[in-house]
Structures are given as C-alpha cells and as structure tokens.
Design a protein around this ligand. Structure first.
Ligand SMILES: N[C@@H](CCC(=O)N[C@@H](CS)C(=O)NCC(=O)O)C(=O)O
Length: 184
C-alpha cells in the first residue's frame, strides 16, 4: 500500500484528495511537524529537503506534491495516457505549484499577479466544467486546491470571477475533497 507522509495541515492533504478521488488505498503517516519530526534523520532519508508530502510506493520514494500527483495519474489512471496529455497535465501542475502559488501565497505579489492569472482561468471555466475539459482530472486537484485555498485560507473576494467561484463551490462539495482538505 502507498505510504503518504505529511503534517496535519500540509500539502499532503492535496495528495490525499487525489488518492481518494481515484480510489487508491493509502496509509497516512502523520509527522509531528511542530516537534520538527520532518527535520530528523529518519524522515530526511526519505526527503533530504525536509518537506512534506512524501510518498513511498514500493521501491519508489517521491517528494514534491506536483511530481507525486503526476506519478499517481500516470500509474493509476488513464488521464495522462499520451505524451500530449501528460505534458499538458504537467504544464498545469507546474503552473499551480509555481506561478499561481507564488502569485497567491506571497502577499506582496497578489495584487499584481491575480488580476493577470485569474481571467484566463475564468474564461476556461466558462467554456467547460473542469480545467482540461468536461472531466475531472489531476489538474483539478493541483489548481483546484490552490483555488479552494483562496477561500478556505485566504478568504479572498472572487465575486468578479463567477465561473471560478462556482467551480470552487463544486469541487469543495466532492466527497473526496470533503474527506481530506475539507477536514482541515
Ligand atoms: N513545493 C513543495 C512544497 C513543500 C512544502 O513546503 N511543504 C511544507 C508543508 S505544506 C513543509 O514541509 N514545510 C516544512 C518546512 O519547511 O520546514 C510541494 O509542493 O511539495
């Protein structure tokens, strides 16, 4: 069974969300991050960077949430069954975890970046229900979690983006979301 290491409030919840969406059983190993368990040698052997999440799946140990999401999509779903689909998923996962994340979570960037990044997402969600089309995919976990955090953590006013607001309302109602990120 896949082992997932994380803190109680950490990006491990994003991985849990996707694992539950695709119905893969996992064992969650909770680290006491306040006690700096993630910076102690046993965990540093898994991720020398001292960051969660980490998964161990058989012989493979993997860290960085985006890399983990893409691995899970490729190994356990049909979502990325061609080079083009894998590359597009990778593009959006990298966007979510770098460009969008930096624009969102670094407060000094927010007012400059979000007005550039949110309108194209609003347009995409006007054309279809999910980021890559009308099917929920790993990309909705990567970017959807960031969009959900705009409400759950940051309580930003997104009323000028009705499609994004509606998308967030829908994804937070998904059972797998409620059972993972929604439980924070
Ligand atoms: N880009 C990394 C970020 C990992 C990260 O910063 N994780 C935080 C928890 S959400 C962490 O482990 N922080 C502990 C520390 O920096 O000491 C990812 O997406 O996995």
């Amino acid at each position: 069974m896949i082992k997932l290491y994380g803190g109680s409030r950490s990006r491990a919840s994003i991985i849990k969300w996707y694992l539950e969406e695709i119905g893969i059983e996992y064992e969650f190993l909770l680290l006491d991050m306040e006690a700096k368990e993630h910076l102690q040698p046993p965990f540093l052997q898994l991720n020398p960077m001292g960051k969660v999440p980490v998964i161990v799946d058989g012989d493979l140990t993997l860290w960085e949430s985006g890399a983990i999401l893409l691995y899970l999509a490729e190994k356990y779903t049909q979502e990325v069954d061609s080079l083009a689909k894998r590359s597009l998923a990778n593009q959006w996962i990298l966007f979510a975890n770098s460009t969008f994340s930096i624009g969102l979570f670094i407060e000094a960037n927010r007012d400059r970046e979000l007005p550039k990044l949110l309108p194209p997402i609003e347009k995409i969600l006007t054309d279809h229900s999910f980021i890559l089309g009308n099917e929920f995919t790993v990309v909705d976990v990567a970017l959807g979690s960031m969009l959900a955090y705009t409400q759950i953590l940051l309580r930003l006013d997104l009323s000028q983006y009705p499609q994004i607001s509606n998308y967030i309302k829908n994804i937070v109602q998904r059972p797998a979301f409620k059972n993972t990120i929604g439980k924070r």
